[in-house]
Design a protein around this ligand. Sequence first.
Ligand code: G4P
Length: 282
Amino acid sequence: MTIQWYPGHMAKAKREVSEILKQIDVVIEIVDARTPLSSRNPMIEELVEHKPRLVLLNKADLADPESTKKWHDYFESEFSKSLIIDAQRGKGINQIPGAVRDLAAPLLEKWKRKGINPRALRTLILGIPNVGKSTVINKLAGKRIANIGDKPGVTKKQQWIKVGKEMELLDTPGILWPKFEDEEVGYRLALTGAVKEEIFDFQDTIVFFFKFMQKHYPVLLKKRYDLEELPENILELFDDIGRQRGCLVAGGEIDYDRVAELVFRDFRHGKFGKVTLETPQN
Ligand code: G4P
């Protein structure tokens, strides 16, 4: 898959986020529960360094609950704390302030030792595009915050939002660039909406998706397209779905582009049920 890559923009985003991080007590990193590793930028480790970090597995409503649990355990063992949330419906949002306070316990202790009056804990939401950063900010704020930027970096004048008595949240998220370490990461990002549709190939992406579904969720794939048998051959699978859904060109040939787009939209709209595209082992 050919993906556009702008090292200059990336460096700028990194500089902006690093600058803001100086004011932050606890970082809240958001990942997509369907692609928890592919939807992170490894740069985050370097950026966040020793700051306490809460990892939110968002869009849990769309992900396989068994895998989400595994990912939750993974993040809790690798990085301090993780919560499973569905920001769109507000599920799990009210656990965030408590988790932030727990993570900041050593800092609060330090303030106390030094006789410093505790102030509200300052937090920043960080993540790649489309993982739900704006949705989480709006839910925590209890209102819609206008003009949340969508360019990597921290793109507008920031203001602190009070969340309860003990937490403050920057109203602008830190936006990281997705990292396309390998082709499969790119396909996962395409399927979950982290990259723009113009820059990836639908057919390649859906070939990847079919192979993944055949291996991990064959029943869901079969059910979605009322297939009696699930063909092993990917081309046959395109043919069966194309015929079933009337994706044909003149002469009755299968329109593979249309099949790919249809399957892609079905995945985007959660029509297969709860699917996670990577597990902690792979
Ligand atoms: P961002 O700031 O990180 O870029 O993400 P944003 O909050 O804008 O959310 C991206 C899309 O994901 C939005 O849908 C939003 O409603 C959806 N979303 C956020 N959290 C959840 C969640 O927990 N579950 C589900 N199912 N969806 C969630 P959108 O505007 O319709 O965009 P798109 O889905 O068409 O890309």
